[in-house]
Unconditional design. Sequence first.
Length: 409
Amino acid sequence: MANSTLSKAKADKKDEFYTQFYDIEAEMEAYLDYNPDVFRGKTVLLPCDDPEWSNFTKYFAQNFEELGLKKLISTSYAPDSKTYKGGTQLSLFETQSPKFDKDKTRTHGKIFVLTEDTTGDGVIDLDDLQWDYLEGDGDFRSDEVKKLRDEADIIITNPPFSLFREFFTWIVETDKSFVILGNINAISYKEVFPKLKENKIWVGATNFNRGMYFRVPEDFEYAPTYKFEKEINGMKVNRVPSICWFTNIEHGRRHQPLNLMTQEDNIKYSKHKEIKNIGYKRYDNFDAIEVNYFDAIPSDYNGMMGVSLTYMDKYCPEQFEIVGITQSWFGMASKIYPKQIQVSKTGKKTVVTKLNDGASIRLESPKEGEVNYIVDGVYYSKCYARILIRKKTIGNGSYITHLYSKGAM
């Protein structure tokens, strides 16, 4: 799954992507709809933030009392420690404070804490945030920020894209509740996928196929393959098409089963030309059929099926079980290919081993205009990462009872 926007951000370590307020609000509302007390009495930590400008800080500070929070903590990373050296805009909140230090503001992270009404206006909100400089630069891996992590009940943020794997591990090693943003490709990471498979984490409520717009620095260079340059409320933004929330907080929407046709009806009526009047292709190196579209999953097929990563926001754990993934590190392939000849779209030939890191389909003849692979004179095509699923048997009506009891239907 190509994603030039995020790949460029990762390669350049330009992690200055700021989440829009309405995207944060929409996601949090899903957890509140399922459980109105999900944040009540909790300490929420917003690491990897810029508290003066962050919409995460703004959302939780403005809704502090309504959510019933016990404490809000937000931390930032020192400008001089960032790989991306864009211009730093200081807020009046900081510069007019007696704590302001023009040297520390470059080299130290900052911490903002909200617990009580300090202004005496009778409400606890954004105006009551208390701030100070951290001892260090605010790196989430520092002992100082780890201590805040251990104090918190829930961790919520948009972590640096280039450090997602490390940040994810930093969270899950504490067994804390969390909601974080990440690339859809993270679903296939060996740090992430086993947790999804075991139903210990899941994707958030927001439909990630629509993409999200993030505020970016004024000197941000748009990737040439994604021309989504745009302004929202006078701010420069960039659309990231392959993005989703990862969480271990229940939102209920993931328990809604897909309404699917049988295998026979899919072959007769599917809107997808690859399946209609043809049927499903079988992988050459995995004991599963290829189902590239979630609406083409056959309801009555009992074997393994390979579905795309984007299926995960439609995944209902009571309807299907996740068996594995077609990545070499997971070790489910039924065969190993010798070195292959990769034939590019332009006809260029290269010796590779790529067929061993994914599912392959044996071809009767090479596909025109696509990348093909040759092994011992036989042509193959390679699929993107596929999640392997199998139909789950539901008995005694317990699943339907569960849905109604949780208000998911």
